[in-house]
Design a protein around this ligand. Structure first.
Ligand SMILES: [Zn+2]
Ligand SMILES: [Zn+2]
Length: 190
């Protein structure tokens, strides 16, 4: 609906199509790309050039998150970080140290305790990879460049010390395939 087909001056074509709104030219897949340019993929409404329907995308994302939570495999609660789709929490990121912190937050903020939440998977500290960093640098240079580098042993020793100091620095990501029932989890922590 937005696409303008582009022909050569002699009338040969169309060879490309242009979005009528943002004037972007699509040289291939004319129908699919130019027609969907400046169109919200969620509601199908027109998007002014560069101004996406963030409210549509946000609602769609929320819906997908809720669907994943509803269909997740129910597992017993194991103490540790959890992720709540519906409750923002103290850090405004929906993560909670444990189910007790979730309950405390909900009580204090007077919000309904969610029925189920996701457990989290620990992402271990991966370590600083100095050999890999030097290899990537070497790719930019001529053959044998890295043989002339000085201080490799010192660099590795510093990286080893750094990695050792930071090995406990892990992070957590929601396990969206699994969920546990909050009421059951609270019973096990009483
Ligand atoms: Zn466009
Ligand atoms: Zn929209």
């Amino acid at each position: 609906m937005n696409a303008i087909e582009l022909f050569t001056a002699s009338g040969d074509g169309p060879h490309a199509a242009m979005c009528a709104r943002c004037k972007r030219v699509y040289p291939s897949d004319i129908d699919r790309l130019a027609e969907s340019c400046c169109v919200c993929p969620i509601c199908g409404g027109a998007e002014d050039a560069g101004k996406l329907h963030w409210e549509c995308r946000f609602a769609h994302h929320k819906q997908a998150e809720n669907a994943a939570l509803a269909s997740a495999q129910v597992v017993p609660y194991v103490d540790g970080w959890i992720y709540s789709v519906g409750v923002l929490g103290y850090r405004q990121d929906r993560f909670f140290h444990d189910v007790t912190e979730l309950q405390e937050f909900c009580d204090a903020a007077e919000v309904t305790l969610p029925e189920r939440v996701h457990p989290c998977t620990e992402m271990p500290y991966t370590g600083l990879d100095m050999a890999g960093a030097i290899e990537r640098m070497a790719d930019e240079h001529s053959e044998g460049w890295q043989d002339n580098l000085d201080g490799i042993a010192e660099l590795n020793a510093a990286a080893d010390a750094f990695n050792d100091l930071n090995k406990a620095n892990v992070s957590y990501t929601p396990d969206t395939q699994r969920a546990f029932i909050v009421a059951d989890a609270l019973k096990t922590t009483e």
